[in-house]
Design a protein around this ligand. Sequence first.
Ligand code: 5GP
Length: 181
Amino acid sequence: MSKKKALTVRVLLSEQEIANRVAKLGQEITEKYADLGEPLILIGILKGSVIFLSDLCRAISLPVELEFMGVSSYGDETESSGVVQITQDLTRPIKGRHIILVEDIVDTGLTAKYLLKHFRSSEPASVAMCALLEKPGKSQGHILIDFLGFSIPDDFVVGYGLDFAGLYRNLPHVGIVETAD
Ligand code: 5GP
């Protein structure tokens, strides 16, 4: 048997709580963009936002297009490096389009700040930000989150797309990783 301490995940947000909130976010987005007259572009940040984005887009009753962006800022560490590198770019132009950046979690806000600036340089018609989670105490510089799921304490969380060393993304809930004795 390995002497490594086992990790347990304490539930912070249940599957049902997340489903209810995502449904509300979908309604909010539907209402805000009801008169758009053209498809909205949802841009998910790989890989953490994939589960959230796939539920969110089905809660929006409007035509949407999906785009993905790969960024690397964390590696397997649990603290933000502050360095954001684009590892996969968009597949179509966003100039003149209405876009929503969809993030799993805003921690220091460095990733979102970098991406919003990057997107704005392509002159979209409008840019909005949607995040499932935010750790309010940590934000470096003001990031306006137009559509927010939950504010959470400053703990490292996993599940519903969020990983620890590549694992736990498939948990249906969001939880805090703890070491069991
Ligand atoms: P920020 O640039 O806002 O500090 O970090 C944003 C990115 O860091 C998120 O998209 C996510 O990949 C990662 N991150 C920040 N906090 C957590 C956390 O509690 N759990 C996990 N799994 N990733 C996090």
